[in-house]
Design a protein around this ligand. Structure first.
Ligand code: BES
Ligand code: MN
Ligand code: ZN
Length: 499
């Protein structure tokens, strides 16, 4: 879909449809007010008659409104004015997109972006509207023989802003919104692909393709190189599978980078997690194809960064493997020597994420990074702790934690910080190796993070556990693309590009 920015009074414009917001109790938004006036109060009259109550999530298409040069007016309910916040704003945009899809209009003017919204800037409103609009058009129909094609799809959306002097800022925000939406789309597509298609090789292929499109440096390490490097924890996870593991490195290294030390993003790329010999129960096991959503999100984030040509040196690292049972699979009780030299007793082969991540964290050190962030669908315990609302955040640096929390708030892709206190480390004690790969049921997501912390002590590091946020189950089963918005917001802030 094409987007553009337009300032100026809506009543002087023309088109197939103008989308205007109406608050509960018939209170018109400023743009609605202006159009109402121009129409000789035709809109206000309708609202007063009670045909449209302005409830959130509702909409009404009007035809033949006099004196306006729009073929249609789409009323969108904004709910109570006092309660109109970030979430309500996004709901309104989503409602508008849904209603527009049901009309024959192929272009529309969205005036919701000109609504006052607390402390949110014009840039924020534009960015978010673009993300929501793109999101509402998303379908994953690659494997459906009959595609759900719209007859007259919307192809152009004009976003209204209040003041002409903000055009430049709004254009930049539009580009950012599109980049984030593209990163989200990539992450969703990779996540939604079935495990027999989205293999480690497919992830590597995707990275290589991105490198070609965006001038990124790409390197894929194969089994032999992993062996030479001593990545035995990662190799132990791949042993049970016929799919070859891949270790993907993708770097965005612009000449004008403002960070002397690169920023490393590591994504867990388990393309299917059966649990291995510690086999998972059958119910819902299909959802373990989403166990590479961390990988998908770092690929989505670096894609957005490349598209926006952010002046940041960023390295995305994806250890990719299947976790399968098999004759050569790791067994509970096996001990491996990680790339760092520390030994691990594998007490449960289903705690495989930390095993591939620990070698990736060790490998990351060769880039002499300033910051390392890993993203992983790491623990079921995180879903119990935070549900599907917030991602779990762990960090060895308060300033990094604060920056990521803020990025989450700003992108409505929130994280919540959990403790990494020393006290939890003792749960990882092993009688036979330096540590065990599990810490028992209590505080499962914290002990998983504690495990990772032993491989990242020397750099500023954060870990995002996205087990509860990376995908939805049930009727709306599918990848969410989270935490791409959080990550890209963090990158934008670091690049000094946020308005
Ligand atoms: N990929 C899973 C975590 C997961 C489970 C994410 C359910 C989303 C929903 C991970 O590899 C795993 O199996 N973790 C185990 C760890 C345990 C054995 C210590 C878990 O959470 O049960
Ligand atoms: Mn597992
Ligand atoms: Zn897993």
């Amino acid at each position: 879909m094409e987007f553009s920015i337009k300032s100026g009074s809506p009543e002087k414009q023309r088109g197939a449809c103008a989308v205007i917001g109406i608050f509960e109790a018939g209170y018109l938004s400023p743009s609605a007010e202006a159009l109402d006036k121009a129409s000789g109060n035709a809109i206000g009259r309708l609202v007063r008659q009670g045909d449209f109550a302005g409830k959130a999530g509702t909409s009404l298409v009007l035809h033949g409104i006099p004196s306006l040069q729009f073929e249609r007016i789409l009323l969108v309910g904004l709910g109570k004015e006092k309660a109109f916040g970030d979430k309500e704003y996004c709901t309104a945009v989503r409602t508008a997109m849904k209603a527009l899809a049901d009309t024959a209009a192929t272009e529309a003017l969205l005036t919701l972006t000109a609504l006052p919204l607390g402390k949110r800037s014009t840039a924020w409103k534009i960015r978010q509207a673009v993300i929501v609009a793109e999101e509402s058009r998303y379908r994953f129909e690659q494997f459906k023989s009959k595609k759900d094609e719209e007859q007259r799809p919307l192809n152009t959306l004009t976003l209204a802003i209040d003041q002409r002097k903000e055009t430049g800022v709004a254009e930049a925000a539009l580009a950012q919104g599109l980049a984030i939406a593209e990163g989200v789309r990539l992450a969703k597509n990779l996540g939604n692909l079935p495990g027999n298609v989205c293999t480690p090789a497919h992830l590597a292929e995707t990275a290589l393709q991105m490198a070609g499109e965006h001038a990124l440096e790409c390197q894929i390490l194969e089994r032999e190189e992993m062996e030479q490097l001593g990545m035995n924890a990662l190799r132990s996870v791949a042993r049970g599978s016929h799919q070859a593991p891949k270790f993907i490195v993708l770097r965005h290294r612009p000449a004008d980078a403002v960070n002397a030390k690169p920023l490393v993003l590591i994504g867990k790329g388990i393309t299917f997690d059966s649990g291995g010999i510690s086999l998972k129960p059958g119910e819902g096991m299909d959802e373990m194809k989403f166990d590479m959503c961390g990988a998908a999100s770092v690929l989505g984030a670096i894609k957005a960064a490349a598209r926006l040509q952010l002046p940041l040196d960023i390295v995305a690292i994806v250890p990719a493997s299947e976790n399968m049972p098999g004759g050569s699979a790791s067994k509970p009780g096996d001990i491996v020597t990680t790339m760092s030299g520390q030994t691990v007793e594998i007490l449960n082969t289903d705690a495989e994420g930390r095993l591939i991540l620990c070698d990736a964290l060790t490998y990351a050190a060769r880039f002499k990074p300033g910051t390392v962030i890993d993203v992983a669908t790491l623990t079921g315990a995180c879903v119990i702790a935070l549900g599907h609302v917030a991602s779990g955040l762990f960090a060895n640096s308060d300033s990094l934690a604060r920056a990521l929390l803020k990025a989450g708030e700003r992108s409505l892709d929130r994280a919540w910080q959990m403790p990494l206190w020393e006290d939890y480390q003792e749960q990882l004690k092993s009688n036979f190796a330096d540590m065990a790969n599990i810490g028992g049921r209590p505080a499962g997501s914290i002990t998983a993070a504690c495990f990772l912390s032993r491989f990242s002590a020397k750099t500023e590091w954060a870990h995002l556990d996205i087990a509860g946020t990376a995908w939805k189950s049930g009727g709306e089963k599918g990848a969410t693309g989270r935490p791409v918005p959080l990550l890209v917001n963090y990158l934008l802030e670091r690049a000094g590009r946020l308005d």
